[in-house]
Design a protein. Structure first.
Length: 320
């Protein structure tokens, strides 16, 4: 029985995580008669052999923690589960914006809103309203109030990000340069004020030791309050694949990106989970839940093979 180009396409997707050009798939199909021959063809490809060697290294890097990562993921998902009605409401709100940025980050925004709902309903079920501080104003800032009831939203960001502040910020806004200022010192009324602090995709933009900023945030927590923190995984599969290509995973920014740099858009440093756990302890915080998530490329062969290869570190933190 002849092999079809569609079968060749499927074989490439399963083995290499990509498809060949249709013309190449057709040529391969003409030369192969059986599934066994197709299997042998795929196994002999240099790219397949390279992938196998990479998989061995990935297993060395991520394998030892996979069992714990799976447990962490299940516990985090259970904590994020706030019921079908709330999930539907959040999904409706998060799915509404159709701009490129919101679409790309939709899965992360969904979990951030669920995290806020979990803090409200599971940590403070008897309070009619909780004080929430969102650090780093973005489109998701508006989604919090639309998807979760009983919030008094406060926002914080660098004064230079005027455009985002005007578009997404709340009336209760604290302009702060987090690299040089302690929120609590500049605004003493914020100490012990917040039941929930959302510190998502901000840390990697700051030229500051993570333990320093986390210590600042701990002082802002109300009794039994929680910080929901997300930041890129510094040893996720994207960084590893760059190394396999003998390249540095660190981004390079040109003169053309100077304005973006001034706007705080560059990643100064991306951290590993192990480093984050050390800094969290130094800051006088403890981890209630943690997980490594793949929000952006869930079908990639590496995150689907190793949880630890995911692109985002997530933490639920409380005062120790």
């Amino acid at each position: 029985m002849a092999i079809t180009p569609e079968q060749v396409m499927t074989a490439f997707r399963m083995v290499l995580g990509r498809e060949p050009a249709p013309e190449r798939a057709a040529l391969i199909a003409e030369e192969i008669d059986t599934e066994q021959q197709l299997h042998n063809y795929m196994m002999k490809l240099p790219e397949t052999k390279r992938r196998a060697r990479i998989m061995d290294i990935m297993s060395f890097v991520y394998g030892p923690t996979e069992k714990q990562n799976l447990t962490n993921e299940k516990q985090m998902d259970a904590w994020l589960n706030v019921g079908e009605a709330m999930h539907s409401r959040i999904k409706s709100v998060v799915s509404a914006p159709d701009d490129e940025y919101s679409i790309f980050h939709r899965n992360r925004f969904y979990d951030q809103c669920r995290a806020l709902a979990a803090i409200k309903t599971k940590h403070f079920p008897t309070l009619p309203k909780i004080n929430v501080l969102d650090i780093g104003v973005m489109a998701v800032s508006l989604m919090y109030q639309e998807s979760v009831e009983g919030l008094e939203l406060f926002t914080c960001d660098h004064p230079r990000r005027v455009e985002h502040i005007e578009k997404f910020g709340s009336p209760n806004f604290y302009p702060v340069d987090l690299e040089n200022e302690d929120i609590g010192e500049r605004y003493p009324e914020t100490i012990g004020k917040f039941h929930a602090i959302l510190f998502c995709e901000v840390l990697e933009h700051l030229r500051v030791t993570p333990s320093e900023i986390l210590t600042d945030l701990r002082r802002l927590l109300a009794k039994d309050g929680a910080i929901y923190l997300t930041t890129p995984n510094g040893i996720g599969y994207g960084a590893m694949l760059a190394i396999f290509e003998r390249k540095s995973p660190s981004a390079v920014y040109s003169r053309k990106d100077a304005e973006r740099e001034r706007g705080g858009h560059i990643h100064v440093r991306e951290h590993s989970e192990r480093e984050m756990l050390e800094w969290i302890t130094e800051a006088g915080l403890k981890v209630r839940h943690r997980a490594i998530k793949e929000y952006y490329h869930p079908d990639s062969i590496w995150p689907s093979s190793f949880i630890g290869a995911g692109s985002v570190l997530t933490f639920v933190l409380e005062a120790a």
